[in-house]
Design a protein around this ligand. Structure first.
Ligand code: GLN
Length: 611
């Protein structure tokens, strides 16, 4: 086992010397931190979780970022896991990997996409991380014989970490606004210490430094046919019992919140009516920032936090023009229609593939295509005939990442069909690996080819454990090859065409297994092209078939979905959707978008020849 001390542990407590007071009023402030300079918007859920706190908070943060303010979000999780890496996607949705390799919750993906900003491990806290740090500090004798308490030590640690986050602004300046999302619901046992820490923080930072937003829910029981505010009122009480008076109330609801309900909520929670907002369901999350602005939510935040002087109106006009262009594309008629199959074992839960779903959506908007996603449960396609049936009418196929043997044979059948029937294909991580296995089995004729993850004894373990991983047997959490790495793209390849040249691209990884270097030459001789590699080691990171052999067959050992953004969709996804459109409508290849994203086989051979 590696030493217990985690990266999270080194952060803040170790910088206190034994002579410092970790005692009665432990409320650490990082050196150079200017109180009151950074403002905090704290979003707390009441009534129930799952209301879209992340979407709310990121949309609001975007509005302020567009005004030229520096912003950063942080999610506070009540659970004891150190990160989200060991959580089952069926229960918690996908694991979102950050650039620095932290395995986080899918909400961090929402923040990165909406804010168009990379986040780091400082943007994600769990109770497990905080307790680990405190217990490690205690074992080092860091508390000088004192008893270690939830207050002040745990709350002090939370405040310290929030302030450290605030210190990481551009050009060494403090961030203007930190958006704090408290996981769960006010009144939950496990997040109580976060709420207390935030209450203390708001007090210590001084007037106009914190804005508490209560995100509540207005029920509308079908049998009554009207909105009822009681549950929201009770939820608000829980927050007030914890010593927090919200400044703003955002009401999630199915339909627009009625004036009567808004008045009641205002009255019972001491929040002026103009600060009670209806955040009812919308057709798309992308219209939420504009809806918030129309209602004046951003103006209220600026007033509460006295931020008017920091607004850059020129930057705001520019950002608004860019976003309006995106909104127009979103609302425009989609000329093209394709059906995209995604064959994974968590097909029943879309959240398990949230970023893939989003990446596909970004491409649909950019290319003017309506993409109907068909989720195929890979455990159900255990024969070629079944796979054929499932793929009937599918114009493009994605085989996503995954762990464990269930559904793997189904994925292999799907890849075989995509390859032989010339269906545009994108394999991601495990999807990349099964494409290698399929090629080895059906083109090289190695019927026993497999990954040693599933068949450790195979003589053709074309996918095998990374050397670094072999040393880590038995430790599950945080031990994979994680985070962003450079990928060197081969000149003249389809991958180079997509990323706009032969260069290094940075993509995020989360895997234990790789193409076994011993089999690379045989696979290449049989026609498989490895067009993306680690710059210094024999780690294969992109595979493809020549465009002369297949219109679009590509796989990535990394997770391209994690870096797709609304305004800059990820190239491998763009190529997939574009290839599918071009197969249905050959004229598309001649359009401006088609010329950019569809690689014709004639162009390919010219580029290859000149490369
Ligand atoms: N199970 C495979 C590995 O660990 C693939 C991982 C993934 O798809 N994220 O290498």
């Amino acid at each position: 086992m590696p030493p217990l001390e985690s990266d999270h542990g080194r952060g803040f407590l170790s910088q206190f010397s034994a002579s410092e007071d970790l005692g009665e009023h432990f409320s650490p402030v990082p050196e150079g931190y200017q109180r009151g300079r950074t403002k905090f918007v704290v979003v707390v859920g009441t009534v129930m979780s799952g209301l879209g706190k992340g979407i709310f908070s990121s949309s609001l943060a975007k509005l302020l970022k567009d005004k030229g303010l520096s912003v950063t979000p942080v999610k506070l999780e009540g659970y004891l896991n150190i990160d989200s890496g060991t959580l089952n996607p069926y229960r918690h949705g996908e694991v979102f990997v950050l650039d620095d390799g932290l395995e986080t919750d899918m909400d961090l993906g929402t923040y990165e996409r909406v804010l168009n900003q990379n986040l780091s491990r400082r943007n994600f806290m769990t109770a497990g991380q905080i307790y680990t740090e405190i217990l490690e500090c205690e074992r080092r004798g860091g508390y000088l014989g004192r008893d270690v308490q939830m207050i002040p030590h745990v709350t002090g640690a939370v405040k310290m970490k929030l302030r450290q986050l605030a210190m990481g602004g551009p050009k060494g300046r403090q961030i203007d606004v930190v958006f704090v999302e408290v996981g769960g619901t006010a009144g939950d046992y496990e997040n109580g210490f976060y709420i207390e820490a935030l209450r203390e923080l708001a007090f210590e930072e001084g007037d106009d430094s914190a804005c508490f937003v209560a995100l509540t829910y207005i029920i509308e029981p079908a049998i009554l046919g009207e909105q009822k505010s009681k549950a929201a009122q009770l939820g608000m009480k829980r927050l007030m019992e914890a010593g927090i008076q919200p400044h703003i109330i955002a009401c999630r609801a199915k339909n627009e919140v009625t004036a009567k309900v808004a008045q009641k909520i205002s009255m019972f929670s001491n929040v002026p009516l103009k600060r009670v907002f209806s955040m009812h369901d919308r057709e798309s999350i992308y219209v939420i920032p504009d809806a918030m602005r129309a209602e004046g939510l951003d103006r209220e935040i600026l007033s509460i936090l006295k931020l008017h002087d920091r607004v850059d109106t020129v930057a705001e006009d520019k950002a608004r023009a860019i976003w309006s262009g995106f909104s127009a594309r979103l609302a425009a008629h989609r000329d093209h229609k394709i059906t995209l199959g995604i064959s994974g074992k968590y097909a029943a839960l879309r959240d398990a593939y949230a970023s893939i779903d989003k990446a596909v959506e970004h491409c649909g908007i950019e290319l003017g295509a309506e993409v109907a996603v068909r989720w195929l449960d890979s455990s159900d396609v255990d024969t070629t005939a079944r796979a054929q049936n499932a793929l009937d009418g599918v114009d493009a196929l994605i085989v996503p990442g995954g762990f464990g043997v269930r559904g793997v044979e189904g994925k292999i059948h799907c890849v075989e069909l995509a390859r032989t029937k010339r269906i545009p294909f994108l394999g991601i991580c495990l999807g990349f690996q099964v494409a290698v296995i399929e090629y080895a089995r059906n083109v090289l004729g190695w019927k026993d080819a497999h990954s040693t993850e599933f068949d450790p004894k195979s003589a053709h373990g074309v996918i095998s454990e990374l050397p670094d991983q072999k040393k880590l047997e038995g430790i599950v959490g945080g031990t994979m090859r994680l985070g962003a790495q450079d990928v060197a793209i081969t000149p003249g390849s389809l991958a180079a065409f997509l990323v706009g040249g032969s260069k290094l691209v940075r993509e995020r990884f989360r895997h234990r297994y790789e193409v076994d270097p011993a089999f690379i030459t045989a696979l290449e001789t049989a026609g498989l092209v490895f067009s993306g590699r680690h710059p210094g080691q024999p780690i294969m990171q992109v595979l493809e078939l020549p465009v002369s052999a297949h219109p679009y067959f590509i796989g990535a050992q990394f997770h391209p979905e994690l870096t797709s953004r609304p305004l800059s969709p990820q190239p491998l996804f763009m190529g997939l959707v574009a290839a599918a459109i071009a197969q249905k409508e050959p004229a598309f290849a001649q359009s401006t978008l088609g010329k950019r994203w569809v690689r014709s086989s004639t162009a390919a051979s010219t580029t290859t020849a000149s490369a």
